[in-house]
Design a protein around this ligand. Structure first.
Ligand SMILES: [Zn+2]
Length: 251
């Protein structure tokens, strides 16, 4: 009995901390419990809150930082993609990573910018934005919320009604950053990026070479997060090369 009380105290303590940090996210997650079906607007709102939280927890490059200036230059023609307004930021983190969220936030890590050319960065962002346009990100988020809801219902049986632990919030954030998509979703995001590059007059080969660089990265020490959610870089590069050849764009 003592143990249970202690555990409850610990959970409550953690919840208070999380609540103080991010009341909006907390409230939104709580709302998710009562509605099995989330609207797209709710998902976008949640994404924005999750991104705001991540921005506050990561070193964001300032407006005059060379990395920000380079990214701004690369994306200057792409502030709106397929009708969705996109906001871009650089995280001064050495990981080879990038992600896009359902509200149209794109975050590129310093480590990725260090190894990729401008066109390769565009190809990778095109892929990530493809997941947003194809609603993969939205669907992954809905799944994450449902999972949170299930956990909370289970927790309520032992007395901790609707309490969210820090680990639950963390697992939710994992979904936002590194949603694992199906092979079909990955292929479709690749195709979106290919079209994006082609339509805007960039070399589609940058998509292939970016995958090849990612494949090499995985051979080194420490597999980048980006790769763990995006497998088969070599095969995907070859697929792009084959298509470019057919389209007469392989130079
Ligand atoms: Zn992907």
């Amino acid at each position: 009995m003592k143990t249970i009380k202690m555990l409850f105290f610990l959970l409550t303590g953690l919840t208070v901390t999380v609540q103080a940090q991010q009341p909006g996210l907390m409230q939104a997650l709580m709302d998710g419990l009562s509605s099995a079906l989330l609207t797209d607007a709710q998902v976008a709102q949640l994404s924005r809150q999750a991104v705001q939280q991540m921005d506050s927890q990561n070193p964001v490059a300032g407006p005059n930082d060379p990395y920000t200036q380079r990214l701004n230059r690369i994306v200057r023609r792409h502030k709106t993609v397929s009708g969705i307004p996109i906001n871009y930021k650089v995280y001064m983190v050495k990981d080879v990573n990038a992600f896009a969220t359902a509200d149209g936030s794109v975050r590129v890590f310093k480590g990725l910018m260090d190894v990729m050319t401008d066109n390769e960065l565009l190809a990778i962002m095109g892929h990530e934005i493809g997941h947003v346009i194809n609603h993969d990100t939205r669907d992954a988020m809905k799944k994450a919320l449902q999972r949170s809801a299930v956990r909370n219902v289970l927790a309520s049986r032992s007395g901790a009604v609707g309490k969210l632990s820090r680990s639950e919030l963390a697992s939710f954030a994992d979904y936002v950053v590194g949603s694992s998509f199906s092979r079909k979703q990955e292929t479709e995001a690749d195709d979106y990026s290919y079209q994006f590059m082609k339509k805007n007059g960039y070399s589609v080969m940058a998509l292939a070479t970016s995958f090849e660089k990612l494949a090499k990265q995985s051979g080194g020490a420490g597999v980048p997060t980006f790769l763990s959610t995006h497998p088969d870089s070599k095969a995907r590069a070859q697929r792009v090369r084959d298509r470019a050849k057919r389209d007469g764009l392989s130079r």
